[in-house]
Every structure is written in C-alpha cells, then in structure tokens.
Write a protein that binds this ligand. Structure first.
Ligand code: FMN
Length: 195
C-alpha cells in the first residue's frame, strides 16, 4: 500500500532545491530504469548526468543554440533557460539509442525510453526527491545533443530536472479515472475524457 500511495502522490515540479540524489541512492534510482518494459530487450535508454560546474557549460550551449536559431530571441527567455540549466541540482539528459532497422518499431523503442523515465520519476518521489521531464527546442538541437554524446544512432529525448521539492506543496488535482477507462462489450467504446 505504501508503494501504491507513492505512485498516487507523485507529481512533477521544477521547484527543486538542493540536494539531488547521489551515490548509491542515485544508482538505485537509475537502476529502476533497467526494469522498464522493453520489447526485444534493446535497452534503448541512455543517461548523461549534468551537475556541479558542468551545469553552466550545458546552459551556455543551450543558449548558443537559441541565439543561432533566432537572433531576436528575447533576453528574458534566454535568462530563464540559462538560470534553469545552471541551477537545477541535477539534470539528467535523457538519451536513446535508436535502431531504425530493427524489427522492433522505433515508436516501441521510444516508448521503452519513456517507460524507463517514468520509473526514474517514481523512484525519485519514493526516495524523497522529485523532478520534471522537459523537452523544448533544445532537445532537438543537434549541437546540444552532440555535445552530450548523442549523435546517430543516439538521440536526445529531453531532460529530467532533479532535486528536492517542497514536501508541503499542494498536489495538483487528479483527473477522474473513469474518464479514461472503458470496458469493452463487443462494440467500440467512447471515453468521458473525449467529451
Ligand atoms: C516527453 C515529455 C516532454 C515534456 N516536455 C515538457 C516541457 O518542455 N515543458 C514543460 O513544462 N513540461 C513538459 N512536459 C510535462 C511535464 O514533464 C509534466 O508531466 C507536466 O508538468 C505535468 O505534471 P505531472 O507529471 O505531475 O502530471 C513533458 C512531458 C513529457 C512526457
């Protein structure tokens, strides 16, 4: 029941203070990714840890990409991104090793990567930490991906910001389960969530 309550009470947040998990705890958290469902046992997930003095270096790379894409990018947008990437206690760059020619479709490889990321988010919550998965245009910037080590056949799938959330923050309301679940009796179902 404790595990179930943990799953039911997780929520994403980017309001993250020090500390981030490290050492054996971080290793255990990342080990939960290795339990993700994975068609063909391709183990497509890859993780790059960015912390300490490496953070502003990643931030500057990302800012350089923003300016290259749009020379008129607003200064406030640059500063927001620079601050986030420089100050998050830990950023985990989520990567994937994509095998387009494998018999397992690429979407299934991507779903395994997402399932593994979800395990990490749940493990963070279970150990008193928290995080959020973000993408944004920097995820699709080949220069950022390459600088992290993700060149073909690797791809960047986003970033997990990781740290310690305020435990007293209010939990966002949960959508009613019934809107997303239907029982099939031989004719096509409809969902409350779809109006
Ligand atoms: C693949 C993926 C990419 C996401 N990218 C962003 C993003 O760039 N910015 C953002 O604010 N939220 C992003 N989100 C949503 C957050 O990670 C988070 O799920 C959302 O804030 C809802 O919070 P919850 O996980 O507590 O429901 C993304 C989620 C996924 C699965």
């Amino acid at each position: 029941m404790a595990v179930l309550n943990h799953l039911l009470s997780r929520s994403s947040t980017d309001m993250l203070a020090e500390p981030a998990p490290q050492g054996a705890v971080l290793e255990d958290i990342l080990a939960t990714a290795m339990r993700a469902p994975d068609h063909g046992r391709l183990r497509p997930w890859r993780y790059v840890l960015v912390r300490g003095a490496a953070r502003p270096r990643l931030a500057e790379l990302i800012v350089a990409g923003m300016k290259a894409r749009d020379p008129d990018v607003p200064a406030a947008k640059i500063e927001k991104r620079r601050t986030r990437f420089s100050t998050m206690p830990l950023t985990i760059a989520l990567g994937m090793h994509v095998r387009p020619d494998d018999k397992i479709p690429v979407i299934e490889q991507e779903m395994a990567v997402a399932a593994a990321a979800m395990n990490i988010l749940n493990a963070l919550h279970a150990t008193g930490f928290g995080g959020v998965w973000v993408t944004g245009d920097m995820t699709y910037d080949p220069a950022v991906a390459a600088a992290l080590g993700f060149t073909a056949p690797h791809r960047l799938a986003g970033f997990l910001f990781v740290g310690t959330p305020d435990p007293s923050r209010p939990l966002p309301p949960r959508r009613p389960v019934a809107d997303y679940v239907a029982e099939w009796h031989g004719t096509p179902v409809t969902f409350g969530a779809d109006g």
